[in-house]
Design a protein around this ligand. Structure first.
Ligand code: C5P
Length: 228
């Protein structure tokens, strides 16, 4: 199946502090978005990479140092919510791309081996995401008190890429829009449709850069990777 990845980089990243939008913050001399695109291009199973950025960031994007890879499409403008940005990326993809991966640029160190596994499971089963087992006990909290403690062995933390047959994802997105349903990830839209989503064991290094501490952790990981 011809496979495309939507690279989501239109968020403002307010929890990171600072004035620069998150995707354009540098780690060890290279922006988060450049690093994310490098990581995704290292997987040769993607036939198209479709960046989604804020409409305010086109000048910043033009300044990036990106390899001349013909698979990399020009960026499109995202929307107010993450789900709107996915819809904008999807609208820019020609119909020939039948398998759709969706990735947070803020997970800029995703590994090609993990991408290959989740893409292959999604191709076979229709929908799959990378996730890691929760190390801590998860509490569902309501009004400041514990409402329920799900069994830890069944708790996983969702990552991206999340990968879907395009028709299934388009149907899930249309239903979410019709129902006014907002998911915090893409698998949730497919779950809302009632279709099964496979879980593929990922890598804790593929965390989402959210806070200033995450930037430091990512920098440390990059330095260790380069030293090997
Ligand atoms: O806000 P959150 O950390 O969940 O964002 C995850 C990813 O989605 C980030 O890479 C961010 O740039 C992207 N995003 C987007 N459009 C939005 C909000 C978030 O592309 N409106």
């Amino acid at each position: 199946m011809r496979t495309a990845v939507i690279v989501l980089a239109a968020g403002r990243g307010e929890r990171l502090g600072g004035k620069t939008p998150k995707a354009f913050v540098e780690i060890a001399g290279r922006t988060i978005l450049e690093r994310a695109l490098d990581s995704l291009m290292a997987f040769d199973g993607f036939d198209r990479l479709q960046p989604v950025i804020s409409r305010e960031d086109f000048d910043r994007y033009a300044e990036l140092d990106l390899p001349p890879d013909p698979r990399l499409a020009p960026p499109v403008a995202g929307g107010a919510e993450r789900q709107d940005s996915v819809a904008a990326g999807l609208a820019a993809l020609p119909e020939e791309f039948e398998l759709l991966a969706i990735h947070d640029a803020a997970r800029c160190r995703v590994q090609a081996g993990d991408i290959a596994r989740v893409v292959s499971v999604a191709e076979e089963f229709g929908a799959a995401l990378l996730a890691v087992p929760a190390r801590d006990t998860v509490k569902l909290v309501s009004d400041g008190a514990v409402a329920r403690t799900p069994e830890r062995a069944g708790c996983w933390l969702a990552q991206t890429p999340q990968v879907f047959h395009r028709g299934l994802y388009a149907e899930a997105l249309a239903k979410a829009e019709a129902d006014g349903f907002q998911g915090t990830d893409d698998a949730e839209l497919v779950e809302h449709l009632g279709a099964p989503v496979r879980v593929v064991s990922g890598n804790p290094g593929n965390f989402k850069i959210t806070s200033p501490e995450d930037l430091i952790a990512a920098e440390r990981g990059i330095a260790q990777g380069e030293a090997q």
